[in-house]
Design a protein around this ligand. Structure first.
Ligand code: KIV
Ligand code: ZN
Length: 517
């Protein structure tokens, strides 16, 4: 019999926890819509008690996304569980995912609890979660470094209190595949759970073994794998969903199991997540890297021409990777444009498609061929309103650069209908423009990251800039695109500022008040 392996996506929770990733509600919704189309079984939408913003995002996803189970993470503390219950309650299939650490090091130094104390937490946390929802998942954090007999007792307790999914995390990515196989197998055998209980694993990638350990666990009987798109997650990340799914699919001779994933959407989902998080995928990344299906060596090309299977164990089509960088141009109609946008993983309303199409036509007047990267940039920057209220809008800018003269820039931003213009010098034109904008803001955010790229490999690509700004414990990432890299850099800065303001409003922080005195 072919068993179903559930795919539990935690891109929006563990993935978003990763350093420098900061998605807002609309971005999370956009990703959640795509995860539903990808047909994941569970979307872990966030950790509602961690911040008001996270709560709101989980609630919005629970209200809108139909199909997958929507999970909210919670420690075993009552206040966390109540927040999670409130956030997921409108979902068609709500789940509370509660956890506590079970390893000696976490119990002693983090929780300051002994075994009795942890068992009491498991009992109270799982029982409380069960009073709100039928579907309760329990995770034993740092399970792979826990004493196995204690872990077995913990899982038995969680089952008694109503948990129906039991998760065995390799929280610090320490396990080795053979060892993890035996560990998971022993737990499953000795706990001897009723048939309605699903065993799950959650493997981090600190030693690059997240996927290998997840697959070993599937062989041992796990029927839920927790993973993320592009392997995002804390530190070195989590097991990458696309790799787990394609390994199960391609080597079905080794794994008599099936996932429900529509593999042809893996590539577009990966791109969507990369664009929204700003964490680009390395070119040689398995399954979704741009080189994953490229065959450079002559001998390989020769083999491929005779029979693709000489060097190809799966087809690019099976993961939805385009066989070439297709371009649209000014003769492309609305339908072709809409199809392309959808195939890239974006779900736009009718009005958004219209707006995007208008910008697309404007872009066609500036450049002959418009690539997927250009369209993606245009949607992200001009169409999807990811920042609900924009504090500043770029109205105008001018730069002066030349040999022997100090680069100078003047920038005009509008805010609530008022125009603000300032000028400044700098090391270069971008620095000068940023200095001018700092004068307008009245405070100096720290520039934590700055990157300029291109939307495609073509010489007429749009310039795409990403900046990370930090101010008063808030970090925000902004992006901007333009045919001119100075403009894209200014746009990225303004976008990051608007995101800082949006995050500050949720946390009731005043950005331009000096509270150091
Ligand atoms: O890595 C981990 O242990 C986790 C748990 C909360 C499941 O993320
Ligand atoms: Zn984790």
């Amino acid at each position: 019999m072919i068993d179903h392996v559930r795919i539990f996506d935690t891109t929006l929770r563990d993935g978003e926890q990763a350093a420098r990733i900061n998605l807002n509600k609309s971005e999370k919704l956009q990703i959640a819509r795509q995860l539903a189309r990808l047909r994941v079984d569970v979307i872990e939408a966030g950790f509602p008690a961690s911040s008001p913003g996270d709560f709101e995002s989980v609630q919005a996803i629970a209200r809108e996304i139909k199909g997958p189970i929507i999970a909210g993470l919670a420690r075993t503390k009552a206040e966390d569980i109540k927040r999670a219950a409130e956030a997921v309650k409108d979902a068609d299939h709500p789940r509370i995912h509660t956890f506590i650490a079970t390893s000696p090091i976490h119990m002693e130094y983090k929780l300051k609890l002994d075994k009795k104390g942890v068992l009491a937490e498991v009992r109270s946390g799982v029982s409380l979660a069960k009073s709100f929802v039928d579907d309760v998942e329990f995770s034993a954090e740092d399970a792979s470094r826990s004493e196995i007999q204690f872990l077995i007792e913990v899982f038995k307790t969680a089952i008694e209190c109503g948990a129906t999914t039991l998760n065995i995390p390799d929280t610090v990515g320490y396990a080795q595949p053979d060892e993890f196989y035996s560990f998971v197998k022993k737990i499953i055998t000795e706990v001897n759970a009723p048939d309605n209980v699903i065993w799950s694993v959650h493997c981090h990638n600190d030693l690059g073994l997240g996927v290998a350990n997840s697959l070993a666990a599937v062989r041992a009987g796990a029927r839920q794998v927790e993973c993320t798109i592009n392997g995002l997650g804390e530190r070195a990340g989590n097991a990458s969903m696309e790799e787990v799914v394609m390994a199960l699919e391609t080597r079905s001779d080794q794994y008599p199991v099936k996932t429900l994933i529509d593999t042809t959407r893996l590539y577009s989902t990966s791109k969507l997540v990369a664009h929204l998080t700003g964490v680009m995928v390395q070119p040689n990344k398995a399954i979704v890297g741009i080189n994953a299906f490229a065959h450079e060596a002559g001998i390989h090309q020769h083999g491929m021409l005779s029979n693709r299977e000489t060097y190809e164990i799966m087809t690019p089509e099976s993961v939805g990777a385009p066989s070439s960088d297709l371009v649209l141009g000014k003769h492309s109609g609305r339908h072709a444009f809409k199809d392309r946008v959808e195939s890239m993983g974006y779900q736009l309303t009718k009005e958004e498609v219209e707006t995007a199409f208008t910008y697309f036509k404007e872009l066609c007047d500036k450049k002959k061929d418009v690539s997927d990267g250009d369209i993606e940039a245009l949607i992200l920057d001009r169409v999807l309103s990811f920042v609900p209220e924009k504090k500043y809008i770029l109205k105008d800018y001018a730069v002066y650069v030349g040999t022997g003269s100090k680069p100078t820039a003047s920038v005009t931003l509008t805010s609530d209908g008022d125009e603000h213009t300032e000028a400044s010098v700098g090391n270069g034109p971008v620095d000068a423009a940023y200095n001018a904008m700092k004068k307008i803001l009245g405070f100096t955010p720290q520039l934590k990251g700055f990157r300029i790229g291109a939307t495609s490999e073509r010489s007429d690509a749009l310039g795409e800039t990403r900046v990370i700004l930090h101010h008063k414990e808030i970090q925000a990432q902004g992006r901007g695109t333009s045919t001119d890299v100075i403009e894209s850099s200014i746009r990225a800065y303004v976008d990051a500022i608007n995101r800082l303001y949006a995050a500050a409003a949720v946390r009731e922080i005043k950005l331009n008040v000096d509270d150091s005195r």
